[in-house]
Design a protein around this ligand. Structure first.
Ligand code: SAH
Ligand code: SF4
Length: 425
């Protein structure tokens, strides 16, 4: 989401400003920030300290903080380390040219952190610079108020772009040569446009307009993930067979405390329905270890759910208390040591499950879209299956190959995160 927002900011600034690649050359450096966990914020404070060194050559250089931290910390950020002079929240990027102008001219600071109920930036064409894969934000904000999560406070209420602007932007991206499009929203299932589309309808329209383009989306909330979306995925070959469906915990008691509005049993029933219609679907998830009040039994329930579902991948976090959220008031009841132990158990189990699942890929042929040369060897290229698995395979030196090309690749071996294979007909 932040990468997509950065492309919007670049687009808004490029007319009046020169965008440079390195802080060495910059008079102003923007950091687009995330507040979802404490360590994401800590990295930004460290980065501000790190940026001071560039002052040696450019005495007037300063920093602007964009995104969720700007929204959460507001004036508390202004002046940090004598570096921060602009603080601009996620719905105020249109003001940036004016704020920069004032800050530079009058040597003062600027802050803009109003949240909007309507801003979607749908008329701004993001400045995308590389690759064959493009993000399109189809909605902004979140109304779900999961008890642990700061996003509804930092990104405001849910609002959807009109389907027509998404359909038009997709057509332009295809004409520019993009081969894969990822639709983004905090909860794409809540997408509802003023021109009458829900999310499955939008996805089907895009997939049918561009049968040669791969479509992905993230994130789906399990409480309103349903049959209409499953049927859309099942009936269109170019809607990728991968679903990210964050479960957070395998304990229904905890899920209720988290305000997720589904039980572990309901979640598993949705997975069963999904697999009955799309047997080879790859699944990934998010899991939080050590939520306030989590007992050893709750933790075990999470491990059991992981064994039942067998995810292909997972983002796993220890609980991080966020000021202003409902669970912040309960307090951080699981010790850090215990959280780390539980998190490590979750990570170890997931690695074993992913490794075992990937062994089942050996001998199968996948259609792989090429992304770039492998970092380890010039002779190898890297790409992804439509189930979002990374595949590395050798390409003959005399063969012309480009990002976005699609090849059939037979899988020969597999680790927990990467498959290795060879090209075949
Ligand atoms: N809208 C998406 C997720 C956005 S945040 C969704 O609901 O799936 C991405 C992930 O960060 C969440 O799924 C959750 O697992 C994790 N997360 C959010 N707040 C957290 C917190 N306070 N501590 C630890 N992890 C958190
Ligand atoms: Fe946060 Fe829940 Fe909204 Fe996701 S759905 S952004 S976890 S409040």
């Amino acid at each position: 989401m932040n990468s997509a927002d950065t492309e919007i900011v670049k687009s808004l600034l490029r007319k009046e400003h020169n965008l440079v690649e390195s802080p060495d050359e910059a008079d102003l450096v923007f950091l687009n920030t995330c507040s979802v966990r404490d360590n994401a914020e800590r990295k930004i404070h460290e980065r501000i300290i790190h940026l001071r060194q560039y002052r040696r050559n450019r005495k007037n250089m300063f920093v602007g903080i964009l995104g969720c931290m700007a929204e959460r910390l507001r004036e508390r950020l202004v002046g940090e380390r004598d570096m921060v002079r602009l603080v601009v929240g996620p719905d105020e990027y249109r003001k940036l040219p004016e704020l920069i102008e004032e800050a530079a001219r009058e040597n003062k600071s600027g802050i803009a952190v109003e949240l909007s109920t309507v801003e979607t930036y749908e008329d701004i064409e993001p400045l995308r610079t590389d690759g064959i894969s493009a993000f399109i934000s189809i909605m902004r904000g979140c109304n779900n108020f999961c008890s642990y999560c700061v996003v509804p406070y930092t990104r405001g209420r849910e609002r959807s772009r009109t389907a027509q602007t998404v359909i038009d932007e997709t057509a332009r991206l295809v004409a520019q040569g993009f081969r894969e499009i990822s639709l983004l929203g905090q909860n794409v299932n809540s997408y509802k446009s003023s021109d009458g589309f829900d999310f499955p309808e939008l996805l089907v329209r895009l997939a049918e307009n561009h049968p040669e383009i791969r479509f992905r989306f993230t994130t789906s909330h399990p409480k309103d993930f349903g049959e209409k979306l499953i049927d859309a995925m099942a009936s269109h070959a170019n809607i990728c067979k991968h679903l990210h469906l964050p479960v957070q915990s395998g304990s229904s008691r905890l899920l209720e405390l988290m305000n997720r509005r589904y039980t572990a049993e309901q979640y598993i029933a949705k997975i069963d329905l999904l697999r009955s219609k799309i047997p080879n679907i790859a699944l990934s998830t998010d899991i939080i270890a050590g939520y306030p009040g989590e007992t050893e039994d709750d933790h075990r329930a999470t491990l059991e759910l992981m064994k039942t579902v067998k995810y292909d991948g997972a983002f796993m976090f220890k609980y991080s208390p966020r000021e202003g959220t409902k669970s912040y008031k309960i307090g951080d009841t699981v010790s850090d040591e215990e959280k780390i132990r539980r998190l490590n158990e979750i990570i170890d189990l997931q690695q074993n499950i992913a490794f075992e699942k990937n062994q089942l890929e050996i001998g199968k042929i996948h259609s792989v879209m090429v992304e770039n040369v492998s970092r380890r060897s010039e002779a190898d290229w890297k790409g992804r299956t439509d189930t979002n698995k990374k595949v590395v395979f050798p390409v003959p030196a005399d063969m012309a190959i480009a990002e976005g090309d699609v090849f059939n690749v037979k899988i020969l071996s597999a680790g927990s995160t990467t498959l290795k294979g060879e090209m075949c007909d």
